[in-house]
Design a binder for this molecule. Structure first.
Ligand code: SF4
Length: 225
């Protein structure tokens, strides 16, 4: 079977079913965990995603909760000084840069959108500090808009499967939009973040105990466990 035939025949329904079982005992990805704890507004999801950039979930999740305990609406965030905001989010990587971005988004929300934010990809990616990954994740979780959020885990894993062949996350997003069934678009990130952190890890993935090892092409995997 050629690579192309192999990719087109990839049993994605079966893979998703096995992934659901595999990640069930694992901690949820930070944004989905925050939504489960009630922080599911578009503003909260955008802010939490900015806080998660270059920051481990174990750090960004409590940082988001610390901020939201003080300010969780655009009105409340805009009432804080940048210095106070930076202090609240200090444990997040690049907090000094993120504080003015978050405050600017709060002010723009009040000035342009009546204290909300639009469920619109173009509008969200125009916000300073918000890229495709955060826009799509927030759109999916807060707005239920079918969106594929591609982070390092999603990019690495779907390439290892042989499901896509791409070099950059932006290419992966486009490739997945062309072949992944839409009902899985939001869920894919929720599955592959814990799967990538604990099983299909960046170095030495745990292939010997992987529930989809018979399906995966293991592209580029040279030293599995
Ligand atoms: S078989 Fe290995 S490379 Fe493939 S998904 Fe499983 S852990 Fe990842």
């Amino acid at each position: 079977m050629s690579d192309t035939e192999s990719r087109n025949n990839f049993p994605i329904d079966e893979v998703i079913a096995r992934l659901r079982e595999a990640v069930r005992p694992l901690p949820r990805a930070a944004m989905f965990e925050l939504a489960a704890r009630g922080y599911d507004s578009l503003f909260e999801q955008i802010v939490a995603c900015i806080l998660s950039i270059r920051t481990k979930d174990e750090v960004s999740l409590p940082v988001a909760e610390r901020l939201f305990a003080v300010a969780r609406t655009p009105q409340q965030v805009a009432a804080l000084s940048v210095a106070a905001l930076a202090d609240l989010i200090a444990a997040s990587t690049f907090a000094e840069a993120k504080a003015p971005q978050i405050r600017e988004i709060a002010a723009l929300s009040l000035a342009e959108y009546g204290g909300g934010l639009p469920c619109d990809y173009e509008a969200l990616t125009r916000l300073r500090g918000v890229g495709p990954k955060c826009a799509n994740l927030a759109l999916g979780i807060a707005c239920a808009v079918p969106s594929i959020s591609v982070d390092v885990h999603v990019h690495r894993i779907v390439n290892r499967w042989g499901y896509v062949q791409t070099n950059r996350p932006e290419q992966t997003m486009t490739a997945l939009e062309g072949k992944l069934p839409q009902p899985y678009w939001i869920e894919l990130n929720a599955l592959l973040v814990p799967f990538g952190k604990h099983l299909c890890t960046g170095t030495r993935p745990r292939c010997s105990t992987c529930p989809i090892r018979q399906i995966c092409a293991q592209v580029g995997v040279t030293n599995p466990r």
